[in-house]
Each structure stands twice: as C-alpha cells, then as structure tokens.
Design a protein. Structure first.
Length: 339
C-alpha cells in the first residue's frame, strides 16, 4: 500500500512541477442537487427558511491520503425583498495538496411567470492553496534528508463567480462559473519551472419532475462540468421521489463511476442523505472500498417569505388550484373503482 501511495504522489508531483501550465479541478459531489449553492451562487437563499448545508465526501476509501472534501454553506432569504445571501466554505485535500475556498454569495430573484423564477447570483472570496511536498518519503535519500526539488508552497488567490438558476415547480436549470479568474499558483523560482493555474470551471445542471401518480415522481437530472485542459465531467442521475420527502436513485458518471444515493427530508429541522460510488477503473477498485458521501441539511429559524403581496396571492392561488385538481383526480379514481 505504501509503495502505491508513493507512486501516486510522484505522478502528481511530476505533472505539477514539470509542465509549464496545469489546471486543478474542483471537487465533485454526488448529491449536487441538494447542495447546488456549492457551484452556483444564484441558489443562495432561495429557500423560504435559512438553511445550513454540510457535506463530507471520502473518495477511494482506504487508499492512503486519498481525496477528501468537506463543504459547509449557509443561505437565507431577506424579508420583504427578492434578495438571498449566503456563504460557502469548501475544503479539499488530495495527497499533498490542500485548498480552502471561502466565498460570500448574493442572489436576486426575477419573477418570469406565476410559476417560473429566474435567480441571478454573484459571489466573491478567496482560494487558499498549499502543497506539503517535503513530507513525501523519497527512496534513495538518507533518512531525514529532503529532496531540494520538493518544496512546500502556500498562496491565497482572490476570485469571483457568477451563476443563473431557473426554477419551476416541475423543472430546474442551472448554469454557473463559480471562479471566473484564472489565477496562478506557482511561478519560476531560481530557474525551476513551478507554474500551475486554476482554470475557469463551467457548470450546467438540470432536472425534471415527472409525476407518476399522486405520491411518486421520477426525477432525471444531470451535471456537466468543463475545464480547459482537464477531462470533461458528465454525471447523469435517475431518481424516484416519494412526495418529495424521500429521494433515492442511481448515478452514472461517464468513464468515471457508478453508484446509488438517497436523501430523506424528515419534515422538521433536519434532512440527511448518503451516496456511494464505485470507480469504473479496476486499478483503483483493487485498493479502495469506493467513495462515500454524507449530506446534512438544517433549517434555521422560521420561514422568511421574500415575495410581494401580489406574488404571494398568485402562488397561493396556484397551490389551491393544484390541490383542487389533485382532489378531483382522486375522486374520479374512487368513482371509477366504485363503478
């Protein structure tokens, strides 16, 4: 196991220190639909209550120093306004690399129709990056001696991001670039090329709620991510939802992994979810027990409605019409059974 760890680390360092330009990909989570403000500032504060979201993801479990990601985000609407605010903290560790993103976010709701809202978002913050290369054990050197080519490094880079989120009762669509500045991490020191860069990440996501009956819905969704000079990510999900309380389904990331996930809304303060993904690469599976992810969502405080009086009246009217339609369908089914 230790030899495999050293080989993996050396591959990372060779790519990092020998190439003129390198791009680092941001972490991906399976239950993205329930933690969308991680990648899109427009989703900040769009719920009716203040929300605290926490995600922990352990990739390639039992592989020493494999990637780990922790995410904490908070979002809240503002009373009497169409504005939502929030903050995101993302910590990601991969072997000897660590990065921590801290961003404050702002969203604004534009009503399109009675059932359709467009949210526009903006965020700003900093990305703290560090590499602890000197902790690597290198064979061939006397114990306690450090390879001078392996250097520790840390840096903070400010950045900004934008996003848009279209929300309907039956579907959603998201497009965003959480960090739009291509920032450099390294530079040339004493004739040694140590240049790496954070490339712009472009995200697109969408989903549709297909009603199967009065209790069940089928929810196909996807997440796509594009980064220049990095592999393209496309993750497809097929989920069944019971009254939008319990969601469970499958995830398939092309050329990457396959797994299952579940999300449970207790109807009170807490909601929680779990996802498991196994890699499609046997070279990884023989050393790990898959990827595990846990999500916890906490409602904080009372409901805050940021709609105007006219909008509230239209929403209430729409909901009443849907309830009446549901009752009529149930009555028709009952009459048919009785006949």
């Amino acid at each position: 196991m230790q030899q495999n760890y050293l080989v993996a680390c050396l591959f990372i360092l060779v790519g990092l220190f020998s190439n003129p330009v390198r791009s680092q990909q941001d972490p991906h989570i399976s239950l993205y639909r329930f933690h969308m403000n991680m990648i899109n500032p427009a989703v900040s504060g769009i719920k009716d209550t203040p929300m605290l979201n926490m995600t922990f993801r352990s990739q390639w479990q039992e592989f020493e120093d494999a990637p780990e990601t922790q995410v904490i985000s908070f979002g809240t609407p503002t009373k009497g306004e169409r504005i939502g605010v929030g903050v995101n903290v993302i910590h990601d560790k991969t072997f000897v690399e660590e990065q921590t993103n801290i961003f404050g976010s702002f969203s604004y709701r534009l009503p399109m129709t009675k059932e359709l809202d467009l949210f526009l978002g903006l965020q700003a913050g900093t990305n703290g990056y560090s590499v602890n290369a000197q902790n690597l054990r290198v064979y061939g050197l006397p114990q306690g001696e450090i390879d001078p080519n392996l250097i520790n490094f840390s840096r903070f880079n400010p950045n900004v991001g934008v996003g848009a989120y279209l929300r309907h009762e039956n579907y959603f669509f998201s497009i965003s670039a959480p960090k739009i500045l291509a920032t450099k991490r390294f530079k040339e020191i004493d004739g040694l090329f140590t240049t790496a860069a954070d490339r712009v990440h472009y995200y697109a996501s969408g989903g549709y709620f297909i009603e199967l009956n009065n209790q069940w819905e089928f929810v196909p969704s996807f997440l796509a991510r594009y980064v220049n000079f990095a592999p393209f990510l496309f993750s497809a999900n097929a989920t069944f939802s019971y009254k939008r309380i319990i969601d469970f389904g499958l995830e398939y990331s092309f050329s990457s992994g396959i797994g299952g996930n579940m999300m449970v809304d207790t109807g009170g303060t807490f909601s929680f979810g779990y996802a498991y993904v196994t890699s499609m690469h046997p070279q990884i599976n023989q050393f790990s027990k898959g990827t595990h992810e846990v999500v916890l969502r906490i409602k904080l405080g009372q409901e805050i409605n940021n709609r105007t009086g006219d909008e509230l009246a239209r929403v209430t009217e729409d909901r009443n019409e849907r309830r009446i339609g549901t009752r009529n369908r149930e009555n028709n089914v009952q009459r048919t059974r009785n006949n």
